[in-house]
Write a protein that binds this ligand. Structure first.
Ligand code: NAI
Length: 327
C-alpha cells in the first residue's frame, strides 16, 4: 500500500520523509502542491494520504475517496481545514501530528522579552548605525505580572518557563490544571486583564472567544500592557487593537498570528500590492512585532510532524491501535 504526500517541501521535510519512509518500509508518492482536483490522480492506488493545512472540502474528500484514499493524515496539530463530517460519511479516518509545545513556548517567551526590551527598535536602529539610547528603555520581567490565557499544552509550558524569571504569573482557563497551578495563580478573566502587565494568549479559537481582546476588554487592562498572540489571529479584534495602540493604551504587541493571514503567510508576496491595510499599519508601529505564524517552526517540530504522520499511516495499514487518529 502506497502513501501519497501532498504539499511536500524539499528544503525542510525531504530529509525526514526519506529517513522515516526507509525506517518504516513505506512507499511514498510525492506531490509538491496541495491536493486538488487536478492532482487527485496521484492518489490512485494509495490508501493513505498525508497533507498540510490546505482545505479538504467535502468535494475534494469525495474525489480522493473515489481514488481509493481511506486514511487522511495532516502534518499539523489542528485539523479544522478538513471537513471531518464529510470524512466520517465517506468512512475516511483522520489523524493529526501533535508536535511538542516547547517550540511555541520558547517563541512566546522570546516575543515577551523582545517587547519588553524594545528589540524591534534596537535592531532597526543598529541597522542604520543609530546607536542612541533614547526611546528604547526596557523593563525587567521580574518586576512584572504576566497573565497567561489558556493553560493547555503550550500555555502551561509558557507558565513553567516564565517561572524561572521571577515574575508573578496569573492564569485563566476554562479547565485549570495542577501543573500550571504550581507556578501560576488562577484568577477570573477580568482580574487577569486588570492586573497583568503582559497578556499572552494560548487558547484555541472558538465561537466563545472570537475577538476575546476587543475594545471593551482592552479598556479593563492596565495602561501600557503588552499583548502577545501566538495562538490564533481572530482572538484579537485588530482594528480595535490598532486604535488602542494609537492612543498609547497598549504599550506593545507581538503577533505571530493575525486574522486574515490565510493566503498571505508562507507565500512570497514581496512584489504584490496587498489589500490587508491592517497588517501594513501593524508592521509600521515601532512597538509592534509581527511574524508570519512561525512559532511552531523548529527542526524538532518538522521532524515530529513527518514522523508521526507516517507512523499513523503505517498503523492504519497494519490495522494497529493508532494514537494519532482523531476521527
Ligand atoms: P490545548 O488544547 O492543549 O490547550 C488549549 C487550552 O485552552 C485548554 O486548556 C482549554 O481548556 C483552554 N481554553 C479553550 N477555550 C478557552 C476559553 N474560551 N477561555 C480560556 N481557556 C480556554 O492547545 P495548545 O496545543 O496549547 O495550543 C494553544 C494554541 O496555540 C491554539 O490556538 C493553537 O492553534 C495555537 N498554536 C499556534 C502555533 C503557532 O505556530 N503559532 C503552533 C501550535 C499551536
Amino acid at each position: 500500500m502506497k502513501t501519497v504526500v501532498y504539499s511536500y517541501r524539499d528544503f525542510d521535510e525531504k530529509k525526514w520523509f526519506d529517513h522515516y519512509s526507509k525506517e518504516l518500509g513505506m512507499e511514498l508518492v510525492i506531490c509538491r502542491d496541495a491536493p486538488s482536483k487536478e492532482n487527485v490522480h496521484l492518489a490512485e492506488g494509495c490508501a493513505c494520504m498525508d497533507i498540510l493545512t490546505s482545505k479538504m472540502t467535502r468535494e475534494l474528500i469525495a474525489k480522493f475517496h473515489e481514488a481509493g484514499v481511506r486514511y487522511l493524515a495532516t502534518r499539523t496539530i489542528g485539523y479544522d481545514h478538513i471537513d471531518v463530517e464529510a470524512a466520517k460519511e465517506f468512512g475516511i479516518q483522520v489523524a493529526n501530528a501533535p508536535y511538542g509545545p516547547d517550540g511555541v513556548a520558547d517563541y512566546t517567551v522570546m516575543l515577551i522579552l523582545m517587547s519588553l526590551r524594545n528589540m524591534k527598535r534596537i535592531i532597526e536602529r543598529t541597522n542604520i548605525q543609530d546607536y542612541t539610547l533614547k526611546g528604547s528603555l526596557g523593563r525587567e520581567l521580574k518586576d512584572l505580572t504576566v497573565g497567561v490565557i489558556g493553560t493547555g499544552r503550550i500555555g502551561r509550558t509558557v507558565v513553567r518557563d516564565l517561572s524561572g524569571f521571577g515574575c508573578q504569573i496569573l492564569a485563566y482557563d476554562l479547565y485549570p490544571n495542577e501543573e500550571a497551578g504550581r507556578f501560576a495563580q488562577y484568577v477570573p478573566l477580568e482580574e487577569l486583564f486588570a492586573r497583568a502587565d503582559i497578556i499572552t494568549l494560548h487558547t484555541p479559537l472558538t465561537e466563545e472567544n472570537y475577538h476575546l481582546v476587543n475594545e471593551k476588554t482592552m479598556s479593563g487592562m492596565k495602561d501600557g500592557v503588552v499583548i502577545v498572540n501566538t495562538a490564533r489571529g481572530p482572538l484579537i479584534d485588530i482594528p480595535a487593537l490598532i486604535a488602542q495602540i494609537e492612543k498609547g493604551k497598549i504599550g506593545a504587541a507581538a503577533l505571530d498570528v493575525v486574522e486574515n493571514e490565510f493566503g498571505l503567510y508562507y507565500y512570497d508576496r514581496k512584489s504584490d500590492v496587498l489589500s490587508n491595510r491592517e497588517l501594513a499599519i501593524l508592521r509600521g508601529f515601532p512597538n509592534v512585532t509581527v511574524s508570519h505564524h512561525m512559532a511552531f517552526y523548529t527542526e524538532n517540530a518538522i521532524r515530529t510532524m513527518v514522523a508521526d504522520s507516517l507512523k499513523g499511516c503505517k498503523c492504519f495499514m497494519e490495522g494497529k491501535e493508532n494514537p494519532w487518529r482523531v476521527i
